[in-house]
Design a protein around this ligand. Structure first.
Ligand SMILES: Nc1ncnc2c1ncn2[C@@H]1O[C@H](COP(=O)(O)OP(=O)(O)OP(=O)(O)O)[C@@H](O)[C@H]1O
Ligand SMILES: [Mg+2]
Length: 305
């Protein structure tokens, strides 16, 4: 089994609206997979289908290498936190978890205590109701609820949304711990790439229902790292020159300049060669793109919503 979760043209149509369209995503065991997309992109729609909470209009998916009926049996290995965790506000974290355990017939001694430790809620005042917790604590309680029954894969819809910087760090640390210490595979959505960039191993970018791209963290760094921007009065000749210097993979920027990711440390050498070849050098500089810029470039603009 190459992928713990794989979708095959997964599509959901509401009326005329294609909320998810021919989505083919691939999640490997032990990965934290970030599903990135703006408001209304289709993240929740995809996660609901994958968790068995809604039926695809067409397309399918496999879980743990299984499809069809066998796949549905595998859903018991999937833990879910979608939108707001359904908490009993007057009950404590312990009691909320205990109720879910009882409902699922799970009763080993110390089970709830272990879950609380896993998400860093072990020191919470047992008398306080979850309704009085900070948003970050409630999100971590939601993650603990998704962990009841020891799932191998958990699907978390925007667990970071609305948290303050401290809360973001805590949730990120919780996710890394689940992956590293318990070997749990995590699919997590966010509308901000940077929020996941410190913890995710792979990404899927969803935009208007379509999965635009999928890449590993290594690929992301390659693509979004620094690059050299070169603008001359003779682009084809510049390309030939660069190839002669063994610098390949130049891409064309909208303003007619060339962007190269290799040879960024050879700027002086490149500008000298261009000048010596009699090409008019208009501009050459190093540009470092943030992950966020990379993502915004892909989804077309900075406006949100
Ligand atoms: N039950 C539904 N009925 C009709 N349209 C829906 C339904 N659920 C979602 N949609 C539409 O499908 C599109 C995708 O919605 P979805 O909730 O999956 O996006 P999202 O990426 O989770 O957004 P957000 O960041 O706001 O949570 C939106 O245009 C939404 O209005
Ligand atoms: Mg959503």
């Amino acid at each position: 089994m190459e992928y713990i979760l794989e979708t095959n043209n997964l599509t959901k149509i509401y009326g005329q609206k294609e909320a998810a369209k021919d989505v083919n995503l691939h999640i490997k065991e032990g990965q934290i997979y970030g599903l990135i997309g703006r408001n209304g992109a289709g993240k929740t729609t995809i996660m609901r289908m994958i968790s068995g909470l809604s039926k695809p209009t067409r397309g399918s998916y496999s879980l743990f290498g299984k499809t069809g009926f066998e796949m549905r049996m595998m859903l018991k290995n999937v833990g879910v936190l979608i939108e707001h965790p359904g908490l009993y506000p007057r009950l404590s974290a312990y009691e909320n978890l205990k109720i879910k355990c009882i409902g699922m017939g799970i009763r080993p001694k110390g089970y709830v205590e272990e879950l609380l430790r896993t998400v860093g809620l072990e020191n919470t005042d047992a008398k306080k109701g979850a309704g009085s917790y900070s948003l970050g604590m409630r999100q971590r309680l939601g993650i603990a609820l998704a962990l009841v029954g020891d799932p191998k894969l958990i699907v978390l819809d925007e667990p970071i949304n609305g948290l303050d910087p401290q809360g973001i760090v805590e949730v990120r640390e919780t996710l890394a711990k689940l992956r590293d210490e318990k070997g749990i595979t995590i699919m997590v959505s966010s509308h901000i790439l940077d929020e996941l960039s410190k913890v995710a191993d792979a990404y899927g970018v969803i935009h208007e229902g379509t999965l635009l791209d999928e890449f590993s963290v290594e690929e992301l760094h390659e693509r979004s790292g620094s690059s050299l921007i070169i603008r001359t009065d003779n682009t084809p000749e510049t390309l030939r020159l660069l190839e002669g210097m063994n610098i390949r993979g130049a891409s064309h920027e909208p303003d007619g300049s060339l962007r190269i990711a290799q040879g960024t440390d050879r700027r002086k050498e490149i500008s000298r060669a261009i000048v010596q070849a009699g090409i008019g050098l208009e501009e050459i500089y190093l540009r470092t793109m943030t992950l966020e810029e990379y993502y915004l470039g892909m989804t077309g603009g900075a406006h949100n919503g």
